[in-house]
Write a protein that binds this ligand. Structure first.
Ligand code: AGP
Length: 607
């Protein structure tokens, strides 16, 4: 998604903007630009391509005391310099950066063209700057307010004009904006990672709120110019957490952070006394929890896969019917919200538009929705009826890894909590907790064997397509493995229920389509062996993720990846890690941009 940075303060503005945009590169983008208020007016430089291209264009520097910057993830219009932000009006007196989608942009464009406006780009965003210039009367904030009334869609914007030097106006509706309050300096950004180098004091704007930054400081207002009182909150991340710390890619760093991420997610939430879990943010009494008769999980992408594991597990050990659904699907199918249902919106970023919109639709229907997010203060976290933070630390790589195992950790705690409210005994709870607490160390053991997985990837990175197969709790892990491989190595991959392969996908099986089976020593291992044999009998190559020491499968598969032994229901934590490493190493072999894979964004804040 697009990234926005604004700066007002004593530092060299262009350098601060570029540094901030670099922190937002992980969100995915294809062009970048900045506007700086110089002595002789607004100066704008923008380029297609990576930020280093923009930096080269800025060689002679842009002197100024305030400015705005943008990284663009194309929605309307090709990747080009003209379509890059900031957008200027014809006079060059106004500059705007925008994150989101203006749904009525065509109608507005036509009306502006009738007034003689000449558009320079194909983007929806450009209508904003021309409207502001047209509606400007007494102040920039008045022009922005009058413009916002005419917009339909989503936006996070930052605006400047040379008519009011030193002023930046920001407004938020559907795309995040956060203020950074420094010592004599103020920043504005689309997410906190752009602020951390300067301050950890943040003010989160909500939908329908604006900020006016000028030489006196900042003021927060709603769209009717009413004062909005906002708290300054402390960002609970340190700068070093968003640094690569010597790793070649954020993805590798975050894969290897998983033992600690799981420990942090579990930290303080295991109730040894009751052999249960303690999840503070649920905002539900034990009686309310006990009365829940069904659970619905909504999410997208990797979070959806984690939610599938969570739903399976809750039903399996707590006996509560649970179902996980793609957020963008539930939103538009007019869902029936049944009484005594609990919904869980799972989102690492807490800003995914599909999940946020689905949550809003469900809450409109009276549903109680918990948020399971990683980013504190994110929109889903704020708008939910309660929830649990992952505490896995910032996840920068587009490919989600540690968030997945952190989400599993929260779901396993939730399942334990419900199970112990139903028929799980103290002994069951003790055994569950003992297995769960061994997971971080067991993930570390797998990470120590990564060279073998790298060698394997070297032999399979040339294939054009792969199948990932699993049953029961391993089926969502198979889906996740396929997603990892395709999103960073661009090898086509399909996740499939191992049993389902017979009903179609087996037509794909042959020497040129390797099959990755997730076949740890759980209750469905024997069934998976049968499916492996079906593949082998059709000359398909089999890579099997197995419990270490499984000689039977070693004799069947072409390659095996061992994971430590644990109880059957715990294996998703372990079988996913080799798949993350496998996709990472395949991407390296193929020379792909691992942390910023083509066409992808870290936080998909558009539908
Ligand atoms: C996962 O590797 C992808 N980057 C993507 O599927 C992601 O999981 C999805 O967009 C959901 O993001 P969220 O968890 O921030 O809502």
């Amino acid at each position: 998604m697009c990234g926005i940075v604004g700066y007002h303060g004593p530092r060299e503005t262009a350098a601060v903007l570029i540094e901030g945009l670099k922190r937002l590169e992980y969100r995915g983008y294809d062009s970048a630009g900045i506007s700086v208020l110089a002595e002789d007016g607004l100066k704008t430089v923008k380029r297609a391509g990576k930020i280093k291209v923009l930096q080269e264009a800025l060689q002679d520097g842009l002197q100024g005391r305030c400015g705005i910057g943008h990284t663009r993830w194309a929605t309307h219009g090709e990747v080009s310099e003209a379509n890059a932000h900031p957008h200027m009006d014809a006079s060059g007196e106004f500059s705007v950066v925008h994150n989101g989608i203006i749904e009525n942009c065509e109608a507005l464009r036509e009306r502006l063209q009738l007034d003689g406006v000449k558009f320079q780009s194909q983007t929806d965003s450009e209508v904003i700057v021309h409207l502001i210039a047209k509606l400007y009367r007494e102040s920039l904030e008045q022009a922005v307010r009058d413009t916002l009334y005419m917009l339909k869609g989503t936006y996070g914007i930052a605006v400047m004009t040379s008519r009011e030097p030193g002023k930046i106006v920001g407004a938020r509706y559907g795309s995040p904006l956060v203020l950074g309050i420094g010592d004599g300096e103020i920043l504005l950004a689309s997410d906190v990672t752009a602020l951390l180098a300067y301050t950890r004091q943040a003010v989160y704007l909500q939908d329908g709120e604006m900020v006016i930054i000028d030489d006196t400081g900042y003021k927060t207002r709603d769209f009717h110019d009413r004062i909005v009182k906002k708290q300054i909150e402390l960002i609970d991340w340190e700068l070093e957490q968003i640094e690569r710390l010597g790793y070649r890619h954020y993805m590798e760093k975050e894969i290897r952070e998983q033992p600690d991420a799981v420990r942090r997610a579990l930290g303080g939430r295991i109730d040894r006394e009751a052999c249960s879990a303690h999840l503070g943010g649920l905002e539900l009494t034990p009686q309310q929890l006990r009365s829940i008769e069904r659970i619905r999980v909504i999410a997208a992408g990797t979070s959806y896969h984690a939610g599938m594991v969570g739903g399976y597990l809750i039903e399996q050990i707590a006996g509560i019917p649970s179902f996980t659904e793609i957020a963008s699907e539930i939103r538009y199918r007019n869902p029936v919200v049944e009484p005594n249902s609990l919904y869980i919106a799972v989102s690492q970023s807490g800003e995914t538009a599909d999940t946020l919109s689905a949550m809003r639709e469900l809450r409109r229907k009276g549903a109680k929705v918990l948020g399971m997010c990683n980013v504190v203060g994110s929109t889903i976290a704020r708008e939910s009826d309660g929830g649990v933070y992952l505490h896995s630390g910032p996840e920068i790589a587009v490919a989600s890894t540690k968030a997945f195992t952190s989400q599993l950790s929260i779901f396993y705690l939730l399942a334990l909590l419900f199970a112990r409210m139903h028929h799980y005994s103290i002994a069951d709870g003790q055994s569950f907790i003992a297995d769960l607490q061994r997971i971080p160390e067991q993930i570390s053991e797998i990470l120590q064997r990564s060279e073998a997985i790298r060698e394997l990837a070297g032999r399979y990175a040339g294939y054009g397509s792969m199948l990932f197969l699993g049953r029961g709790l391993q089926y969502p892990v198979a889906l996740e493995g396929a997603l990892k491989l395709k999103e960073i190595s661009y090898i086509h991959a399909e996740g499939c229920s191992a049993a389902e392969i017979k009903h179609g996908p087996i037509a794909l099986v042959g020497p040129d389509v390797p099959c990755v089976f997730l076949a740890p020593d759980d209750s469905l291992r024997e069934k998976s062996i049968s499916n492996m044999m079906e593949v082998k009998s059709r000359h398909g190559r089999v890579i099997a993720v197995v419990t270490e020491g499984d000689r039977e499968i070693e004799a069947i598969a072409d390659d095996v990846i061992p994971v430590p032994r644990t109880s059957g229901i715990m294996y998703p934590f372990l079988t996913v890690v080799p798949l993350q490493l496998f996709s990472y190493y395949c991407a390296l072999e193929r020379g792909c941009d691992v942390d910023q894979p083509r066409n992808l964004a870290k936080s998909v804040t558009v539908e």
